[in-house]
Ligand binder design. Structure first.
Ligand SMILES: C[S@@+](CC[C@H](N)C(=O)[O-])C[C@H]1O[C@@H](n2cnc3c(N)ncnc32)[C@H](O)[C@@H]1O
Length: 243
């Protein structure tokens, strides 16, 4: 599965260490390039995640793999009084902390360094947990999902936003062209780290999506699992709950 797709082919570091190093390196360019590579549609997808979470009226939310905090910031539109953004890359968190401070949101959002596969929280802590474009970077997906299930409150909502692969013509062919040639070229031209954008498209093409990821969520113990493909299937929003 995606454990074998790593950012740096010749490195001795394991996937987790490589992913941390990669996001530390691209942290300052991440927000700008993110808008370019998704043509800005990622904002629309994040807003849908916010609406799904808001409808459950959460008091506290954990945003895992929060990166530079865009989703955590948007989640302040919900009823939550406390939002924790957790990420393994201090570089990404630092960019996020500055944005949060400039928006005077530091009373509500706390940015915490941590690993999704070993969460520093007690069982049944959060009403809602979100992960946007994070799960495919986990070294051990099942361990990360089990930890999320552990810290989610019973009846809480878990929402994943992740890339997926269009299955219908002509989107399937268009996506292949985009991920094989356009995305790595954008990375080569604009990024400090040439391997990073190659890794991002390679990891997206092998990561389980749709019913396959639904089944992994069910095997982990989540209930009410549903997937909602977005924009011809280039991304999917998954919702799940805990018994
Ligand atoms: C593509 S970025 C997504 C950031 C943000 N959620 C967004 O939507 O823009 C993926 C993030 O996952 C983080 N990450 C990867 N593995 C992680 C782990 N095991 N625990 C916590 N964060 C992790 C990376 O450091 C990076 O910031």
């Amino acid at each position: 599965m995606s454990e074998n797709v790593k950012p740096y082919k010749d490195s001795e570091l394991d996937k987790k260490e490589q992913v941390t190093k990669m996001f530390d390196t691209i942290s300052k360019e991440y927000d700008g390039l993110n808008r370019v590579i998704s043509f800005g549609i990622d904002i629309k997808w994040r807003n849908k995640v916010v609406k799904l979470v808001a409808d459950t009226k959460p008091e506290n939310i954990l945003d895992i793999a929060t990166g530079t905090g865009d989703l955590a910031i948007s989640l302040t539109e919900t009823s939550a009084k406390e939002i924790i953004g957790l990420d393994i890359s201090d570089g990404m968190l630092e960019v996020g902390r500055k944005k949060i401070k400039s928006k005077n949101l530091d009373e509500i959002i706390q940015m915490v360094i941590g690993d999704s596969e070993d969460l520093p929280f007690k069982d049944n802590t959060f009403d809602a947990i979100t992960v946007a474009f994070g799960v495919r970077n986990f070294m051990n997906l099942k361990k990360g999902l089990s930890e999320i299930l552990r810290v989610l409150k019973p009846n809480g909502i878990f929402v994943i936003l992740e890339t997926s692969v269009p299955t219908k013509t002509p989107y399937k062919q268009g996506y292949k062209l985009y991920s094989k040639f356009i995305l790595p070229t954008i990375g080569k031209v604009f990024s400090k780290d040439r391997s990073a954008y190659k890794y991002l498209s390679e990891s997206a093409s092998v990561f389980p999506f749709g019913e396959e990821l639904n089944n992994i969520l069910r095997e982990t113990g989540f209930i009410n699992v549903e997937d909602k493909p977005q924009t011809f299937g280039v991304a999917t929003i998954y919702t799940a709950s805990k018994a």
